[in-house]
Design a binder for this molecule. Structure first.
Ligand SMILES: NC(=O)c1ccc[n+]([C@@H]2O[C@H](COP(=O)([O-])OP(=O)(O)OC[C@H]3O[C@@H](n4cnc5c(N)ncnc54)[C@H](O)[C@@H]3O)[C@@H](O)[C@H]2O)c1
Length: 245
């Protein structure tokens, strides 16, 4: 019960990595708020309630700052505070730069990077007032080493790293830690759609010779959210089977 009686919000918590983080946080004793655009979030929230924790699902698009701020106020009204924010929601719209539409660039930057800004901005004032908080941003190894066909995604994930370090410096004196996780290839609906050829290619580059699972990201998230990680901030930790070494 490393997160006993903490309140945590996970964006993109309906499925994939976010769902695993939400469920595992609940098993560690946290109450959970899920923000997602997918109705599946309701099912995830129901599953968490069956674990004996309080949970709510808000269907919300994190790209709209006004909506995010309004919903954040509602969260604080209902739960009294937010201890842990996990900025996990993310999308891909892969294309080579020559073919990339402006809309593909904009949607990825807006969900991944602006969404992280929106949610952090909406909750940081409450965390500063409480003089404690944990923010975990889900970046990617693609933000570290780039990838042909993913310039939009790489830029958004590298942006998250710069954002993480800057906010860590801004709020450190308020006892708020801000860290980023850079996952490698993790088996989720996001990667299920990739061709067998692309998957084979990735696999050949991974020293541990297997893909990661959502639980691998959840394990580190629990640690970063727990008291054990109280002196870690501004850090980017890879969970990637060694691919970015
Ligand atoms: N799967 C991987 O290999 C991998 C690797 C590195 C980083 N990541 C990152 O991990 C995070 C989770 O990815 P995943 O693999 O679980 O993918 P996923 O597609 O299964 O989950 C992403 C979730 O984000 C939600 N979402 C998307 N846009 C949203 C919006 N505007 N507002 C609210 N919610 C929104 C989706 O509905 C979905 O539930 C993402 O940020 C992704 O970039 C994944």
């Amino acid at each position: 019960m490393r997160l006993k009686d903490k309140t945590a919000l996970i964006t993109g918590g309906a499925r994939g990595i976010g769902k695993e983080i939400a469920t595992r946080f609940a098993k560690e004793g946290a109450d959970i708020i899920i923000w997602d655009v997918l109705d599946e979030g309701e099912k995830t929230s129901e599953e968490i309630k069956r674990l004996g924790r309080k949970s709510v699902f808000h269907k919300i698009d994190i790209t709209n700052l006004a909506n995010v701020q309004k919903q954040a106020n509602d969260v604080i009204q209902e739960f009294g505070r937010l201890d842990i924010l996990v900025n996990n929601a993310g999308i891909t719209r892969d294309n080579l730069l020559l073919r990339m539409e402006e809309s593909e660039w904009e949607s990825v930057i807006t969900v991944n990077l602006k969404g992280t800004f929106n949610c952090t901005k909406a909750f940081i004032k409450y965390m500063m007032k409480a003089r404690k908080g944990r923010i975990i941003n889900i970046s990617s190894v693609i933000g570290l080493f780039g990838n042909a066909g993913q310039s939009n995604y790489a830029a958004s994930k590298a942006g998250i790293i710069g954002f993480t370090k800057s906010i860590a410096k801004e709020v450190g004196s308020r006892n708020i830690t801000v860290n980023a996780i850079a996952p490698g290839f993790i088996q989720t609906p996001m990667t299920d759609i990739l061709s067998e050829e692309v998957k084979k290619n990735y696999l050949s580059l991974i020293p541990l010779k297997k893909f990661g699972l959502p639980e691998d990201i959840a394990n580190l998230s629990i640690f970063l959210a727990s008291d054990e990680a109280k002196y870690i901030t501004g850090e980017v930790i890879r969970v990637d089977g060694g691919i970015a070494m």
